[in-house]
Design a protein around this ligand. Structure first.
Ligand code: SF4
Ligand code: SF4
Length: 373
């Protein structure tokens, strides 16, 4: 099982699509949500409880999460000293990566770091100076011996040219990434759709950009025999090649859960404080016997469910965008699936010709890449 350990609810950044939207969405607090706003700001349960909980699962993966997890350096070290999961991972904004000793950093299997593309775009969304600090920190941890997977985790919306920015992350000379994932800022807030131009952008820029990326991705396989780890393409391609049907691809609510700062377990970190979603507490729960929760309509009526998996449990439960608006998000999913499906015959030829191997498409599932943006 995979667990996001929410170390703190606080963050040292004020990104426009997170902090900025939270200010604009202030009036959106339906009383039937029963949100516990009194959650401790920092992890408040004894680490020994996390240790006992984790030890009941022979393949327990812990991912530090927040807020910003690196605001809790002592707690990270304590967990890493006392708890023994199969793997440690972390999702971070990267601003304080230089504050954690390399003896800890180098133990992470995967670090997902928030970066939206080039300096201008990252700083536009995340604040001036963010890009430079993050890139300097990433170079530092590589110099200090971090050999794990470093995934550039982009949040994408109307200012993003997906094709240009993904290529930039892969090819820039400053710090080229070999793994990239992106998540659409879509369907997570109540009032933003009316303020934005999501429809025109997705149709005119994002969807065509995904088609171009899929072409580029397969051309790289042909030219360089390399399967770039572009997670949304990789995840769909692996399923199409193996013929598998997928449940929610982030694993949220069925194999991937989050542990709040008070020890309560929820399907996904975005559901912190939502009491109706609590699935037990680590002080008593068995990680292998947690209730599983699944997406409902409209996904259960959708022909793409077996490949999409439902995109996002939080969005499916909360339905913050009305159905017509969310249909546009689903159009991006259909476009992504079509873009990859179109390439499958060529990929199969490349596998047959041993230019690439099926195992090049494999990855550690539920590593924080939701696959469906
Ligand atoms: S495409 Fe849309 S409706 Fe269909 S499964 Fe995915 S999120 Fe659900
Ligand atoms: S895709 Fe949705 S349910 Fe899954 S981890 Fe992300 S926010 Fe949570």
């Amino acid at each position: 099982m995979f667990f996001h350990v929410i170390l703190t609810t606080e963050c040292n950044s004020q990104c426009s699509y997170c902090y900025g939207e939270s200010l604009l969405d202030m009036d959106d607090d339906p009383s039937d949500l029963e949100v516990d706003y009194s959650l401790p700001k920092k992890i408040s349960y004894p680490i020994s409880e996390l240790k006992t909980f984790c030890s009941k699962d022979p393949y327990c993966v812990l991912t530090f999460y927040g807020g910003e997890p690196l605001l809790c350096l002592d707690e990270i070290k304590q967990v890493m000293d006392e708890v023994h999961p199969t793997l440690f991972m972390m999702q971070t904004n990267g601003l304080r990566l230089d504050s954690l000793e390399s003896s800890y950093v180098n133990r992470f299997h995967t670090i997902l770091v928030s970066i939206d593309g080039d300096e201008a775009l990252t700083d536009f969304y995340r604040g001036k100076g963010t890009y430079r600090k993050v890139v300097d920190n990433l170079k530092l941890i590589r110099r200090n011996g971090f050999k794990g997977e470093l995934i550039a985790r982009m949040t994408v919306m109307e200012n993003t040219d997906i094709y240009k920015q993904v290529r930039w992350l892969l090819e820039n000379e400053d710090l080229p990434f070999s793994s990239v994932h992106w998540q659409l800022n879509a369907g997570f807030w109540k009032t933003d759709f009316a303020r934005r131009d999501f429809k025109a952008w997705s149709e005119d820029s994002y969807n065509p950009g995904i088609q171009k990326l899929a072409d580029f991705w397969v051309n790289q396989m042909k030219k360089s025999r390399v399967v770039l780890r572009l997670y949304p393409l990789l995840g769909i391609a692996e399923s199409l090649l193996s013929g598998e049907r997928s449940l929610l691809r982030c694993g949220g609510g069925w194999i991937n859960y989050a542990v709040q700062t008070d020890g309560n377990i929820i399907p996904c970190p975005t559901m912190w404080g939502m009491k109706k979603q609590y699935l037990g507490n680590i002080s008593e729960a068995d990680p292998l016997k947690l209730n599983k929760v699944f997406v409902s309509e409209p996904c259960t009526l959708c022909n793409s469910l077996d490949l999409c998996g439902g995109r996002c449990f939080y969005a499916n439960v909360m339905k913050r965008w009305d159905p017509q608006a969310y249909d546009i998000v689903c159009s991006t999913v259909h476009n992504l699936i079509e873009a990859v499906s179109r390439q499958v015959p060529e990929i199969q030829k490349l596998i047959q010709a041993t230019k690439v191997k099926f195992r090049d498409f494999e990855f550690v599932r539920y590593n924080g890449c939701e696959i469906i943006p």
